[in-house]
Each structure stands twice: as C-alpha cells, then as structure tokens.
Design a protein around this ligand. Sequence first.
Ligand SMILES: Cc1ncc(COP(=O)(O)O)c(C=O)c1O
Length: 395
Amino acid sequence: MTDYNSLFSEDTHSFFRSPVRDIFKRVDLNAIYSFAGGYPSAETFPLDQFKATMGEVIDKYGGKAFQYGATQGVTELREVLSARYGVPLERIQITSSSQQGIDVCTRILADPGDVVLTSNPSYLGALQSFRSYRAEVAGVPYHPDADGFKAAYEAVIESLFAAGRKIKFLYVIPDFQNPSGETLSLKERKILVELARRYGFLIVEDAPYRELRYSGEPVPTIYSLAPDIVLHLGSFSKIFAPGFRLGWIFGHPDVLDKIYVCKQSLDLCPPVFDQYVAAEFMGSGRLDRNLRNSIDLYRGKRDLMLSLLERNMPAGVKWTRPEGGLFLFLTMPERFDSVAFYDTALDAGVAYVAGSFFHTDGTGRNTIRLNFSFMTPERIEKGIVLLAGLLRKSL
Ligand SMILES: Cc1ncc(COP(=O)(O)O)c(C=O)c1O
C-alpha cells in the first residue's frame, strides 16, 4: 500500500482544516439555527435577473463567453471595475474570488519563516493560506483608541525586528472585520500606512464587506492612501453571489505582474462566462439596485440581532455593534469556553463559530462569532432566544 504521507510536500504538513467548513459538513444549515457561516441570504440572489443576464451574455458574446480568456481577466469586467472605483486598467487583476486573492498575494510574497502581520483575531481562511506557505503569523490585538492601536502594532513589529524576523506584509480587513465586525478609522488606516513605509512591508487590504454599510460614513480605503504599497482585494461574493467565485486585486503594476504569472500556473484565467455576467450585471446598474435591497435587508437583520441580544443575553456578555458586514462578535466572561460549549449548543439546534478559531495564538476561547445575514428574521429571533437561554444556564 502506498505511503502517501511520505510523498506529500512539506507545505502540506502546515495545512490545517477549517473548523468552520467542517461545521457545514456535519450539519444541514437549514435544519438548525445557524449563526455559523458567512453566507449571504439566498433572498439577495435575483434569480430571474441572473437568468436574463446570462441569456444576454450568450446573445452578445456567443462562444467567446465559453472560451479561455485573458489571465488578468476579461477587459469588459476590468473596465467596469475601473469606472466604478476610479482605478486604472493596468492596476486591476481579476481573481477567482478574494480567497484566491489572499492566496496569490501570500504565494508571491512569503517564504517559509517570513512573518505575516495581522490583527488578532483575523479571517480564518487567510490564516489557513498564510500557514499553508509556512509563513509565521503574528497577531496584534485590536485597540479601540488610535494611540493604543499604534503602540500595539509598534510593540509587535519591534519585537519581530529585534528577533531578526522579516515582515513581508500586513493583512488587514479594515471594513466590518471578519470576525469582529470592527471598522478601522481613517487615523488608524494612516497609522498602518506609516508603519508599512517605516518598516518596509506591504499591506494586503481585504475588503469583501466594504459595500455592505448599514450606518455611519464610509472611510477611505487604505489603497487610496498608498496605492504603491497596498494590494486591495475586492469580491463579488457578498455584493453579487459567492457562487460566481469572482474577485479582484488593485495594486502596483510591478506586483500585479508577479500575480499574473503566478495565476497562469494556478488557473490560466478566471471563469470567463461568470466574468461577462458580472460585467453586464454591474455595468447595467442592476448590481447596485440589488445591492441597495441587500443593504436594507441586512440593516434590518443587524438591528434585530442587536435588539435581541440586548433583551436576551445574560449579564457579563458583551458584543460589538458593527456598522456593516455580516458578523458581530460576542465576548463572555473569561471562564466561559466557547469550544467546549459548542456541542451543547449544536445538540440544542443552534450553531455559531467559536472565536478562538480566528485567533492567531489560540486565545479568545471566551468569544463567539455570530452571523446575521443568512437566516430569516423569525429564525434569528428563535435562535438568539435559544442561545441566550443556553448561555444563561451555563454562565
Ligand atoms: C475577510 C474575508 N476575506 C475573504 C473571504 C473569501 O471570500 P470570497 O468568496 O471572495 O473568496 C471571506 C469570506 O467569508 C472573508 O470573510
């Protein structure tokens, strides 16, 4: 019998399974109250419009829509993105989703042992990618005031430099972070740019939730502050539909060129038919009309979640109040263990993601991430009442 393990590459030994995706394998999300995934609501997918747009694409492009396409993405989609975001064409690379954006950025920048700096907690899929290239992840705890924020980053960076470590990039989700829901202020974004320039690393700005804002004012992207040192990752997943698996990278042409060559060996080109559909949908204004409805829907769900938490959660539980995105983050008293509690919750029919899975150092066992986009308001209400009841008994 073949000993596969002796044949797997060194990199594979650093792969780790996503506990979040394992939850989806274990349970039927529609059969329980699921606050677990980052799934958009299926209500936000305008199926009739998708069908019509797909027909239009076939009429307009014929067989070209099903042929191989350019590695950097079809020109029509890059033009639509260029016009929408004011970024020149040569600075736009289409990706097969922003997860691929994270992966290619890591692949072109990080050698084994290099350091990727990120906030602690951070997005699990990114941590998986960094570790799969054997990069070391250094987490920086979030500080709500700008001085504390800067000091926390400086402390981690200085100690890494003192130890002779090479920081290649900072990975950050500045808008409605996954998992915390926090948004970085302009001052905090400028601090990150200043640190990147001072210490000579790049910033990968992951912004899949940026356009899902329900209250407050938009903050400029980090990319707009420093387009020479920032790679900005966008995604169609939350504003259109994740099944298309489409995203984009804005960045300096010299860096994009490396990504371009890297993507040739990854997938030759992003999905061509999907790109034409996205270009038509976005270019014709349908995406924006649909997005406005999604924002109204999610704003209602966020507000409902906040008021349900207020009314039902036992004393000692705190949570974030996100201005957008799909998640809020609960912090329990120190003694609570959300990993151990997970089976109790699942047996009772409610799922969440334990916050420690997003932590770079295994801390945060007293935290929980809750999604508010996926379920109907009725199910959100029943799920929160159920979860709060279970917590009341165990706290
Ligand atoms: C912060 C963050 N980045 C990237 C992704 C991946 O999104 P995509 O569907 O574009 O690959 C997610 C998905 O939830 C996310 O939360």
